[in-house]
Design a protein around this ligand. Structure first.
Ligand code: PGA
Length: 255
């Protein structure tokens, strides 16, 4: 299985900056370096067509940051999954913590979006994760269990068609990465809840200086990178993690 290296640009990079970033990134990363990893660029909607052209003949894939659960209709300001798929997106982030916490997106809405993504053949990157207060209150597992059970309700057996991203909210954009132990513990918890083997990736202050340690653990099957994906040098270094990996795989004796 290929490791997932996804860059979520959030609301950054206009069209010109998007073009510049991708061209620079493509000049820094060799095709042979992408053999056992899947790079996914997730720019703002407005940059998707430009990126689709630029990555057309490369192994780099595209994703969108959100979509509506309806395919079309009177939903001013929303974007259809069908349209983003037509633009060349194969992936879509659903339930990012910024949408859950800043835009009030609920598990029920996330559930509808996931269903539509499955129906139209987009690979959803479903984000789950606890806030700092929830972790401190010992609620990490119950919060994540609720996000997963409500989010996947009705199609629990199809979670393996998605990517699950564990993104502790307290680690996003804060520079505070979860320790390897914390990330692995939650990854295992998530894996235990899912019916079939699924891809689980980590997100939250992933940087060029912690990527090697994270990717060294077999439980972490990829990363969702925010801030560090905005700089081509640092994202290239993240993509090239194996090059710098001088430690053997961390063996986990706990299971
Ligand atoms: P960050 O964001 O890497 O800037 O912490 C991660 C994310 O929001 O997906």
């Amino acid at each position: 299985m290929k490791a997932i290296i996804a860059g979520n640009w959030k609301m950054n990079k206009d069209n010109g900056q998007s073009r510049e970033l991708v061209l620079k990134l493509m000049s820094l990363v060799g095709i042979d370096e992408l053999k056992n990893r899947q790079v996914i660029l997730i720019p703002p909607f407005t940059s998707l067509s430009i990126l689709a052209e630029l990555v057309m003949n490369s192994p780099i894939k595209l994703g969108a940051q959100n979509m509506h659960w309806e395919r079309s209709g009177a939903f001013t300001g929303e974007v259809s999954g069908v349209f983003i798929k037509q633009l060349g997106c194969e992936y879509v982030i659903i339930g990012h913590s910024e949408r859950r916490h800043l835009m009030g997106e609920t598990n029920k809405e996330i559930n509808r979006k996931l269903k539509t993504a499955l129906d139209i053949g987009l690979i959803a990157i479903l984000c789950v994760g606890e806030t700092g207060a929830e972790r401190d209150a010992g609620q990490t597992e119950s919060v994540i269990e609720k996000q997963l059970t409500q989010g996947l309700e009705g199609f629990e057996n199809e979670a393996h068609k998605m990517i699950i991203a564990y993104e502790p909210v307290w680690a996003i954009g804060t520079g505070k990465t979860a320790t390897l132990e914390q990330a692995v513990e939650v990854h295992k918890f998530i894996r235990g809840l899912l019916k079939k083997p699924s891809t689980i990736i980590y997100g939250g202050s992933v940087k060029s200086d912690n990527i090697d340690q994270l990717m060294a653990h077999e439980e972490i099957q990829g990363v969702l990178v925010g801030g560090a994906s905005l700089d081509p040098e640092s994202f290239a270094r993240i993509i090239q993690y194996q090059k710098f990996l001088d430690k053997p795989k961390i063996s986990d004796s706990s299971d």
